[in-house]
Design a protein around this ligand. Structure first.
Ligand code: NAD
Length: 229
């Protein structure tokens, strides 16, 4: 069975009502995300950082998977599909995708500030000061903050190396190391980039640029791939 690797970014969840970083509006416009998503920010003002993630988590909890997420699930009828997402939401899983790797963490989980391996599911959208892990330490969002290691990139790059086909969707391809994944797919393998602002990525061969929203672009692409021998 052919292996398809999908690299997704914030844009695939935009049609579900989850703002991308750069199009962010409202309350948090006054803050730079980079200044809230760091270990230093959490040390300085943990309540503010927890509030920021509570706000984002509530949006995710209330959101539903869209046609783009659902189209990728259909691909599993015929292909082995591995999703590598930069997103911290769980919309790929809720749509039904079986194999999802999160490069930047998962917003509906928390982890111990004392033991990074102690990870718990959050039942609600709230994580507050005083919410402790079983070892008695404050829980923090299970998110890879700026300046922290992206440990999941190691297995993700291996997956990219062995892909028969790559789909990149809803990402500006500016956040590293995630963006470097594209380079690891063999030059002779077909690659598709679905994003209204998709562009020919320098040095990448066999890349088809599809300047469409994820819902429409992925639905069409998936139909095409399913109809192939
Ligand atoms: P980004 O904000 O840099 O880029 C978003 C991309 O989505 C842009 O290229 C834009 O053209 C595209 N886009 C907008 N609407 C789209 C649509 N309807 N269909 C398809 N594409 C659309 O996001 P990024 O490249 O993912 O990287 C930034 C970081 O943002 C990542 O680290 C990610 O963890 C984080 N993030 C995640 C979420 C989430 O979990 N849903 C939301 C915001 C930010």
């Amino acid at each position: 069975m052919k292996r398809i690797v999908v690299l997704s970014g914030a844009g695939i969840s935009a049609e579900s009502g989850i703002p991308t970083f750069r199009d962010g509006d409202g309350l948090w416009n006054q803050y730079r995300f980079e200044e809230l998503a760091t270990p230093q920010a959490f040390a300085r003002d943990p309540g503010l950082v927890l509030d920021f993630y509570n706000w984002r988590r509530k949006i995710v909890v209330d959101a539903q998977p869209n046609e783009g997420h659902k189209a990728l699930v259909k691909l599993e009828r015929k292909y082995e599909v591995q999703i590598i997402t930069q997103n911290v939401d769980d919309l790929h899983e809720r749509a039904g995708s079986k194999n999802v790797v999160h490069l930047h963490g998962e917003i509906r989980k928390a982890r111990s500030t004392a033991d990074p391996n102690l990870i718990v599911d959050l039942d609600s959208w709230e994580l507050n000061l005083g919410d402790m892990c079983e070892k008695g330490s404050q829980l923090r969002p299970h998110i890879v903050w700026f300046g922290e290691a992206v440990t999941m990139i190691v297995p993700a790059l291996k997956m990219a190396e062995t892909a028969d086909l790559l789909i990149v969707v809803g990402t500006s391809l500016v956040v590293y190391p995630a963006a470097s994944l594209v380079v690891y797919v063999r030059p002779d393998k077909p690659k598709y980039y679905v994003d209204p602002k998709a562009y020919p990525v320098g040095g990448i061969q066999n890349l088809q640029v599809i300047q469409k929203n994820a819902g429409e672009g992925l639905s069409e692409l998936v139909e095409e791939l399913l109809s192939k021998d």
